[in-house]
Write a protein that binds this ligand. Structure first.
Ligand code: ARG
Length: 463
């Protein structure tokens, strides 16, 4: 019979016990559960609620159990129900009646929350570090490719020339915001639920500030009822995870395109590709595709958890036990996805020989013509129209804007000559986009320098 079975006449059927149990997945929290119990009894002793020798006996028993779980000596079954019951019942078996004092002034409702929050604080930092590692690789690549020109697209149509360094720095910004979202969420996660008990606090004179300090939280949570019944900190984490996975998925999508025979901008390293069981020639970008696919899992975790929370009355409900599998899945998927993407990125070289011929297609310098005409005194709307006519002529003649002769140009507008079109070499187009945030190499250098400074601060705060 369970530790809570006093008022019960009947045991649960096996299938019901299994349905009710969370031990299958929450055993992952055992270290945090034991840390929470040690902090709790340390505080109970300092408040003279238990003696120092009782505290020491309990802590000794808990450490034995920790070692037993770690070395595989302790095995769980669904009879254990959850990690809290599993440890408490083993503690009582280990140290006898004094173990029955560990749950003084505590409920599983605050215990479950304090376990998850310790887990989340730890894993959140691990993910910040993984993202920061990736940002370092991105900065190196941006530096390496700051002068290498590629095609910039809108609507998957050739738009304007840009540098690869600029593309890298675009993704740098996305992952920077992903880190900032985590740092922001951390402030709200890092508050200690222990001692809020079932829903309303307790008559036993706990010192919640002490347990919070012992566990390394910034302070105790403010309202017990809110503490045991909200999971918005998990939802914030899951939405940060979803957004970041979306960023990874977009880049993974670009990798599959860039790696295609049609693009051939990159050749993804063999160590991130697989072959086909049937077609001997194939080298498929499976890891990039899986990164894209795993995004769906994390969105699912977020949608699942949002739906669990919807319509749950205050305060604790067993529905909340569902929080763990969504959270664990998102943590594991996000962390490995970032780590693997970063490795793939590091090994990817761009094939400038394949990119160069593409720069001649699609009138990448058309906007430059229009803007140069503007600087020569022609109103933008007219300059836009004139350039459109020039593109039309180029299409008929099968040439680029830079190849037009004065007579072609004057057939469109008498006011202008070839000289008025300005520097429309592909390098000129890139170098002239000097506005703050633009693609000019000097500007990308500024973005890289700024990125480095920001990342240094992150490394200081989070390593
Ligand atoms: N395993 C439960 C959970 O994860 C622990 C809390 C159960 N509390 C209760 N009163 N049934 O949420």
């Amino acid at each position: 019979m369970a530790l809570w079975s006093g008022r019960f006449e009947k045991d649960m059927e096996q299938i019901v016990k299994q349905y009710n149990a969370s031990i299958g997945f929450d055993q992952r929290l055992y270290n945090y559960d034991i840390n929470g119990s040690i902090a709790h009894v340390t505080m109970l002793a300092s408040q003279n609620i238990i003696t120092e020798s009782e505290r020491d006996t309990i802590i000794g028993g808990l450490e034995k159990i920790r070692a037993g779980i770690a070395n595989g000596g302790i095995k769980f079954t669904f009879e254990d129900e959850d990690i809290h019951m599993a440890i408490e019942s083993r503690l009582i078996a280990e140290v006898g009646d004094v173990g029955k004092k560990v749950h003084t002034g505590r409920a599983r409702n605050d215990q479950s929350a304090v376990d998850v929050k310790q887990f989340l604080c730890y894993e959140l930092k691990e993910i910040v570090k993984a993202l920061a590692d990736m940002e370092n690789i991105i900065l190196k690549k941006a530096e390496q490719y700051k002068n290498h020109i590629t095609v910039g697209f809108t609507h998957i149509q050739h738009a304007q020339p840009i540098t690869l360094g600029f593309v890298f720095m675009a993704y740098f910004q996305m992952f920077k915001r992903d880190i900032q979202r985590l740092a922001d969420a951390y402030e709200r996660i890092n508050l200690c639920p222990l001692g809020t008990c079932a829903l309303a606090g307790t008559t036993i004179p706990l010192d919640r500030h002490m347990t919070s300090d012992l566990l390394g939280f910034a302070g105790p949570t403010e309202n017990a009822m809110d503490t045991v019944s909200d999971r918005d900190y998990i939802l914030e984490f899951l939405s940060a995870a979803s957004i970041s996975m979306m960023h990874l998925s977009r880049w993974a999508e670009e990798f599959t395109w860039w790696n295609s025979t049609e693009f051939s901008y990159i050749a993804i390293d063999d160590s991130f590709c697989t072959g086909s069981s049937m077609m001997p020639q194939k080298k498929n970008p499976d890891i990039a595709e899986l990164l894209r696919g795993r995004c769906g899992r994390v969105y699912g975790d977020l949608m699942g958890m949002l739906t669990v929370m919807k319509g749950t009355p205050l305060s604790y409900n067993k529905d909340f036990q569902e929080d763990k599998e969504y959270l664990f899945d998102a943590v594991d998927t996000w962390k490995t996805s970032v780590t693997i993407f970063a490795k793939m990125l590091e090994k990817t070289e761009f094939r400038m020989d394949k990119i160069a011929p593409q720069l001649e297609k699609g009138f990448l310098n058309a906007t430059d013509v229009a803007e140069n005409l503007v600087m020569a005194g022609i109103p933008f709307r007219e300059a836009h129209h004139i350039t459109g006519r020039l593109v039309k002529i180029c299409e008929t003649k099968g040439c680029g804007l830079e190849n037009l002769e004065d007579e072609d140009i004057q057939s469109v507008d008498k006011r202008i000559t070839k000289a008025a079109l300005g520097d429309i070499t592909i390098e000129g187009c890139v170098n002239n986009r000097k506005t703050f945030g633009g693609t000019a190499p000097n500007e990308v250098e500024r973005q890289i320098a700024n990125g480095k400074n920001w990342l240094d601060e992150i490394e200081k705060d989070w390593r």
